[in-house]
Design a protein. Structure first.
Length: 107
């Protein structure tokens, strides 16, 4: 599923693995449905942003993906360095996605 999304077919991934009425919450207070997820990922891919899956945690109805965000070479500060996808599942399909952009702790 992640590989398919990275190839630019995130719309298909969402259709096949999310509930049609799934909810997405994103940084900055953005809230929407599957259309918000597809538009956001499509925009990032078109701008050259890539994600590398770093870690996966799954338990019951919760699936967490930790990803590295890779900015395009011509815009190295385009995106934060990481994202966390908290997915709440129902019957194996995403019913809610909460997208976090972790901020490194100050030492």
């Amino acid at each position: 599923m992640v590989t398919t999304a990275m190839r630019g077919d995130f719309d298909r991934v969402v259709r096949e693995s999310w509930w049609p009425d799934a909810e997405m919450l994103a940084p900055g207070g953005l809230r929407g449905g599957t259309d918000l997820a597809v538009r956001g990922m499509t925009k990032d891919l078109m701008e050259g942003v890539r994600q590398r899956l770093r870690n996966v945690v799954a338990s019951g109805e919760v699936l967490i993906w930790e990803t590295d965000l890779i900015s395009p070479p011509d815009a190295p500060e385009h995106c934060p360095p990481a994202a966390l996808w908290l997915q709440v599942l129902r019957e194996g399909r995403v019913r809610q996605l909460i997208l976090f952009r972790p901020v490194p702790a100050l030492v």
